[in-house]
Ligand binder design. Structure first.
Ligand SMILES: Cc1ncc(COP(=O)(O)O)c(C=O)c1O
Length: 470
């Protein structure tokens, strides 16, 4: 064969290419508005990408939450909604899917992840108790704090370093955990709040060895482990790819083993479970289940729908099964990796290793001249939108919020702009457009100025805060 000038992606890496395990049956047209219109939209939206209208966005990487494309089977499931107030048959499908794939005994449906976080936090945390976890997540920590808990970060140090190539940057540092238990006493630890993968660290996984060791430590002290299972399927994929002894196991097998080391989980089904809305909470303890099931009727809805329509639960039950298929997860994470590899090759600062659900641009690396209180990651999200209509979001000082005791900004080591890739939605060509836009913003980085916050809401400020250029 003659030497090829143009090469496919696979050829560039010396292997055969792979493709998505689906074909497209329905499309949603998208448009790009011109730069002047984008400038107007951004100003009207207070330089906050959460305040843009989606019609003004070209490629939407704001979040991978609720933005997946459902399959023809899921849409068929929508038509099979049993909208009975009580005992909908779709609930029993959902319950069975959670029991089969995640392995927990008792299931409580909720409208989305934070509904589940609210229930477990209010039920399990006693005021003043500590909640150690592998890095905070915005809504998770807020619910823990609203229940009177004090979150303590016990993730390994590597997680805070965007350049560290450690393969399991989501791991719990067991020494930090033991030190906390010794300092405050096991009775003052509500539970360990374990997330797989870790969103705020860049979608980084926890190893099976780590959760196994964590279980031992917690058993020694009589402490429970509750899992944020939102992206646990992607975590299982990384274990399969990276951890010795798991290469021949299916993602479903790995998921089940991992969950088996924990006492329960809450879920934003809008991610791994491939639905546009939904959530659940699942535990093994009967008494706790009774308490949660009692709480759900106060805040979400009856214990057999928890804020979801019957049709939503059917799509979710089907999404759970589709979401754990090896070829699906391979292509999903593979697309994220594709974008990450382009940017890495071009010398653009991102979090390494590339995580499961998106690319996290290192805004401190882009803008060393912009101090953190002028919101470099917020600035970068705004610049990217201006350049091409690509929408990402801030995951830095704005997302971290204020310390409830001192009232000061919390300054996380990671100041990141996240480009989360929806599942089964965009093509490789979209990723190329995104990569080129990031490069163009990176090339213009020295001229970029930061932002000042001119409106700050009390809770989860990143959603609604407004900014102006300094
Ligand atoms: C790790 C993690 N936990 C919990 C949540 C909260 O879920 P929801 O947005 O469904 O309320 C999210 C959502 O972004 C998440 O990424």
């Amino acid at each position: 064969m003659t030497d090829l000038t143009f090469k496919t992606m696979g050829q560039q890496f010396g292997r055969r290419s792979w493709a998505e395990p689906w074909k497209i049956k329905m499309v949603e047209p998208i448009e790009v508005i011109d730069r002047e219109a984008r400038e107007r939209a951004l100003e009207e939206g207070g330089y906050n990408t959460f305040l843009l209208r989606s019609a003004d966005v070209y490629i939407d990487l704001l979040t991978d939450s609720g933005t997946s494309a459902m399959s023809d089977r899921q849409w068929a499931g929508i038509m099979m909604g049993d909208e009975a107030y009580a005992g909908s048959r779709n609930f029993y499908h959902l319950e069975e899917a959670v029991q089969t794939y995640y392995g927990y005994r008792y299931v409580v449906p909720t409208h989305q992840g934070r509904g589940a976080e609210h229930l477990i936090s209010q039920t399990v945390i006693k005021s003043g108790q500590y909640v150690p976890g592998n890095m905070y997540f915005t809504t998770t920590r807020l619910h823990q704090e609203l229940a009177g808990g004090v979150f303590v970060d016990v993730i390994i140090d590597e997680a805070h370093d965007p350049a560290s190539l450690y393969l399991f940057k989501g791991n719990v540092d067991l020494d930090k955990l033991e030190a906390l238990i010794e300092q405050v006493g096991a009775d003052n630890v509500a539970y360990v709040s374990l997330a797989g993968t870790v969103n705020m660290a860049g979608g980084q996984p926890v190893s099976m060895a780590n959760v196994r060791a964590l279980r031992k430590v917690c058993d020694k002290h009589g402490i429970r482990i509750y899992l944020d299972a939102t992206r646990m399927v992607e975590n299982a994929y990384f274990i399969q790819q990276r951890e010795e002894g798991y290469a021949d196991k299916s993602i479903a097998e790995i998921l089940l083993e991992f969950c088996g080391y924990t006492d329960g989980a809450w879920m934003s089904a809008k991610k791994d479970n491939l639905v546009n809305i939904g959530g659940w909470l699942a535990v093994n303890d009967r008494d706790l289940f009774d308490a949660l099931r009692n709480m759900v009727v106060v805040y979400e809805g009856l214990h057999t729908y928890g804020g979801m329509a019957g049709r939503d639960m059917e799509a979710l039950a089907i999404g759970i099964v589709e979401g754990v298929q090896d070829d699906h997860v391979h292509s999903r994470v593979g697309q994220v990796l594709y974008l990450g590899e382009l940017l890495t090759d071009w010398g653009i600062p991102i979090v390494h290793p590339v995580g499961g659900h998106g690319i996290f641009l290192d805004a401190k690396g882009f803008y060393p001249h912009i101090p953190q209180d002028q919101f470099p990651a917020q600035t970068l999200a705004a610049e990217l939108y201006l350049d091409s209509g690509v929408r990402g979001m801030e995951r830095g000082v704005v997302s971290a919020g204020r310390d409830p005791k001192t009232g000061d900004h919390r300054y996380p080591a990671l100041e990141l702009t996240r480009l989360a890739i929806p599942r089964r939605v965009y093509t490789q060509a979209h990723m190329d457009v995104v990569a080129e836009s990031i490069k163009s913003v990176y090339d213009g980085r020295e001229q970029t100025r930061g932002l000042k916050m001119v409106y700050e809401p009390q809770y989860l400020r990143f959603f609604q805060a407004r900014f102006e250029r300094v």
